[in-house]
Design a protein around this ligand. Structure first.
Ligand code: NAD
Length: 434
């Protein structure tokens, strides 16, 4: 099929590259010229395992192309995916400017009947608006059928997730559009759920809100474990064995971050508010997460007293491992709080330093070497569970640091391993080793 993708971010680029890998002819467009220039040379603007090789292969095969010109991308596409950003507005609502602009541009540029498929996470009712915008510039007899096809990939395993998702949601009232997309997705052998547009839009928000709730729930239990002498890992394992609960998303830590959960939970609270429903449970989920994101700094103050003049090694900047994305990462919040307390910070990350530097600039030091980060540090705070951190030899903390104190925000090490070294170790929901 001839496919166009609007937006070459985490979702759009993965979608475009993977559809080309499936054998379709794909052309991706973006408003950022520098991204498109880079992509044309076979280099990826984002770090995602396996992406760059697949990008190069498909460029070479001629199935994949990039352009800044939306007319070239859209004019004879059979399906156009909208995968542009929907960032948070100041009031927590979802900013739909990019989605509306993409819809307008599609309306201007299409020359044939087309299916417009929205992957961006958008509030209930947005896909109807997309159709309205397209029709306002390209009225019938032109047909633009709109399908809500929310995306569930996880950064860090996005390619695996594209080919092995749990389900594909198709929300549309057009039988022909649903059939065409079923045909597109059929080779993936992933269960397809066909529904109406509004339910499809809500499925995405409800999924993210539920997962965020699981994280905040386990973090609340972790806080009680710490005070009662229970161990959150034993507890999470015990409850996760119940099939009704399941073992996933029960890792206690310093909270969720990233470009989805924080903004999507807030947007759902707003969406509920717009229909006079106070979503109290989700408001609490958000509140608990905000507390978790700064927990490491409160713990640091409890242990070291004043942080003034202390050197802190911040291990991990990405909001989770295997990505370079730092949007809403706990690490950024921690770094800011440490600086407010007049500590000096050196941060380690194997992939996210360039993105973190755009936010924190020269306020902290950066390194891609854990040992350099630890050199003469008074404290190490682990913010991301990178494999490089999980497998870092514990004796090097004792060798490199001034005094080996670790606040492990991701429970990377077993208490048994830690107890073999003279390290003060505070993790989340487990007994402290001091
Ligand atoms: P992103 O910020 O990485 O990328 C968005 C891209 O869209 C940018 O490159 C931007 O320049 C481009 N863009 C903006 N307006 C455009 C236009 N009119 N035409 C063409 N390109 C345009 O965003 P992302 O992380 O890929 O997320 C995209 C959407 O998917 C969001 O709604 C997000 O909530 C949702 N989502 C993201 C993830 C994730 O893990 N990142 C997972 C599921 C769903």
């Amino acid at each position: 099929m001839k496919i166009a993708v609007a937006g070459t971010g985490y979702v759009g680029l993965i979608t475009g590259v993977c559809l080309a890998e499936m054998g379709h002819r794909v052309i991706c467009t973006d408003i950022m010229e520098e991204k498109i220039q880079l992509l044309k040379t076979g280099r990826s603007p984002i770090f995602e395992p396996g992406l760059e090789q697949m990008l190069k292969n498909n460029l070479l095969s001629g199935r994949l192309a990039f352009t800044v010109n939306p007319k070239i991308a859209y004019k004879d596409a059979e399906i156009i995916f909208i995968a542009v950003g929907t960032p948070e507005n100041h009031d927590g609502t979802s900013n739909l400017d990019y989605v509306h602009a993409a819809a307008y541009s599609i309306g201007i540029c299409i020359e044939n009947d087309v299916i417009v498929c929205t992957k961006s996470t958008v509030p209930v009712g947005t896909n109807e608006k997309i159709k309205e915008i397209i029709q306002s510039v390209k009225p019938p007899p032109h047909q633009a059928e709109v399908v809500s096809n929310p995306e569930f990939l996880r950064e860090g395993s996005a390619i695996i997730d594209f080919f092995n998702g749990d389900r594909i949601i198709l929300g549309t009232n057009s039988k022909s559009a649903a059939a065409k997309l079923e045909e597109l997705y059929l080779p993936l052998k992933i269960p397809i759920i066909k529904t109406d547009m509004r339910s499809a839009e809500m499925i995405k928000y409800a999924s993210n809100a539920f997962l965020a709730a699981k994280i905040s729930f386990i973090n609340e239990i972790a806080a009680i474990c710490e005070k009662t002498g229970a161990n959150i890992e034993e507890v999470a394992y015990g409850i996760g064995k119940d099939k009704r609960i399941g073992p996933y998303f029960l890792q206690a830590g310093i909270g969720y971050g990233g470009s989805c959960f924080p903004k999507d939970t807030k947007a759902l609270v707003k969406l509920a508010g717009n229909v006079q429903h106070k979503f109290e449970l989700l408001e609490s989920v958000i509140k608990v997460n905000n507390r978790q994101q700064t927990l490491a700094v409160s713990l640091a103050k409890n242990i070291l007293g004043s942080l003034e003049g202390k050197r802190v090694a911040l291990l991990g900047l990405a909001f989770k491992p295997d990505t370079d994305d730092v949007r809403e990462a706990a690490s950024l919040m921690i770094a800011k709080r440490l600086l407010e307390n007049n500590a000096s910070v050196i941060a380690y990350d194997p992939a996210a330093v360039p993105n973190a530097r755009k936010v924190l600039r020269d306020a902290i030091e950066y390194t891609m070497n854990v040992q350099i980060a630890l050199e003469n540090a008074d404290l190490a705070i682990i913010a991301t569970e990178w494999e490089q951190i999980k497998h870092f030899p514990l004796e090097l903390y004792t060798e490199r640091m001034k005094s080996p104190v670790i606040i492990d925000g991701r429970n990377c090490y077993s208490l048994r391993d830690i107890s073999r070294h003279s390290i003060s170790y505070i993790s989340i929901g487990r007994p402290y080793i001091i």
